[in-house]
Design a protein around this ligand. Structure first.
Ligand code: NAP
Length: 378
């Protein structure tokens, strides 16, 4: 395992912001994860596990511990039982001839449900592209989301009417408390909206090394989200039904139109995606918001007596439109929910803008906005 000292962290983040890591290591195998975490523990160093860096704000002073980048690679489709992942790369299995029917009991049935085992360091969008090209449904609406496979169960990544909780079968992870690898079923992951045990009760306890997704070969795309359904319909000549790869392509273009797709050279991409969570408020609070502004806010049901209000709408109504700028930090010119680094912005500048926006929304509507990115070194 190669250990580096005083490694700049900004290039590992989509924001392009942040100081140096006192120590930095990349793990390509599970054995290296064991080694690196033991090394940090023996020295009493704080540990931060880095994936794709797409949802992070790193402090200008950096991180005074060990940053461990999880670089495990490989995708396998329903491999043989007992395959050993501890020190090996997961072998790449080509779809042709490699797909095994799940629970077929040895009978000659057409494969429908397929388990894809993806190592945590795989690029998420690359994984989506691979499975839609294999004609497997279940994650096509999650195309174009930056980051790695290992990050998806942590915040139960979701978009356009799909979330990974509905296809995750199992998560393999290193449990820092027991210092052993564990395999957690979907039920044990405790998924709810953008939440799991990994970012709530057990934050910092597990390092995800592999995620198993159960996808449906030949399944139809999910078109439950009105904005996506419209865009897909518009993309199809004479009402032809879109296939999975076409739906994924439409999702990427919708994301790109909002500056939510990583495109080299696009200044709106230097961000951490959505900077605030969409608040869930009581219905009574929604009426209060409507009275204050004398119009009906958009809202969506979120459980008994509760509604979800788009944070972007609240921010705009509080006077922070697209392109609003404070120093070298700005609200994206294409999506009010993303804060962008205009070039050379510091973490302090981003937080100053975030504080101004949150205070404005609180004063206007009495709603507190919660930041979404993970804060490192603060
Ligand atoms: P958007 O489509 O403008 O929607 C904003 C909010 O309104 C979201 O919370 C969304 O709920 C909700 N919403 C919109 N239409 C809805 C409907 N028909 N039924 C129920 N709820 C509805 O959001 P955006 O910022 O452009 O993002 C597009 C998608 O990417 C959304 O699904 C958003 O949640 C997702 N996203 C996810 C993450 C993440 O996983 N961390 C980060 C950024 C964006 P839903 O969240 O349930 O869709």
């Amino acid at each position: 395992m190669l250990l580096e000292e005083n490694k700049p962290l900004a290039p590992f983040t989509t924001f392009g912001i942040g100081g140096r890591a006192r120590w930095f290591a990349q793990a390509a195998t599970e054995d290296e994860i064991v080694e690196a975490t033991a090394w940090a523990r023996e020295r009493g160093l704080e540990l931060f596990v880095l994936g794709g860096g797409s949802n992070l704000l790193v402090a200008d002073a950096g991180f005074d511990g060990l940053v461990l980048k999880v670089g495990l690679r490989g995708i396998a489709v329903a491999p043989d039982e007992g395959q050993d992942y501890r020190s090996s790369r997961i072998p790449e299995v080509h779809p042709s001839g490699a797909k095994a029917p799940i629970n077929s009991g040895g009978m000659d049935v057409r494969a429908e449900a397929l388990t894809y085992q993806a190592a945590a360091g795989e690029d998420w969008d690359g994984f989506v592209e691979r499975v839609v090209n294999d004609n497997c449904a279940g994650v096509e609406c999650l195309a174009g989301i930056p980051g790695t496979v290992g990050g998806t169960p942590v915040q139960n990544v979701g978009a356009y009417g799909q979330e990974v909780a509905s296809v995750i079968q199992r998560v393999r992870a290193f449990d820092l408390r027991q210092r052993a690898f564990v395999e957690l079923s979907a039920a044990e992951c405790g998924f709810s909206y953008r939440r799991s045990r990994f970012n709530s009760v057990d934050r910092g306890r597990y390092i995800v090394t592999r995620v198993d997704y159960c996808l449906t070969e030949g399944g139809a795309p999910t078109l439950g989200y009105p904005e996506l359904r419209r865009a897909v319909q518009e993309s199809q000549p004479q009402g032809r039904e879109a296939n999975l790869a076409e739906v994924a392509a439409v999702v990427r273009s919708v994301r790109q139109s909002k500056g939510m797709l990583l495109v080299e050279g696009d200044p709106d991409c230097r961000s951490a995606g959505s900077f605030f969570k969409n608040p869930v408020v009581a219905e009574a609070d929604l009426r209060r918001i409507a009275e204050r502004i004398e119009k009906e806010p958009p809202s969506f049901p979120a459980g008994p007596g509760m509604v979800k209000v788009p944070a972007a709408w609240l921010i705009e109504q509080a006077g922070f439109g697209k392109g609003y700028t404070l120093g070298r930090a700005a609200v994206s010119s294409r999506h009010t929910l993303a804060l962008v680094n205009f070039g050379g912005a510091t973490a302090v500048e981003i937080l100053a803008l975030a504080d101004q926006i949150a205070a404005g929304v609180e004063a206007r509507f009495g709603v507190s906005l919660e930041m979404e990115p993970v804060m490192v070194g603060f």
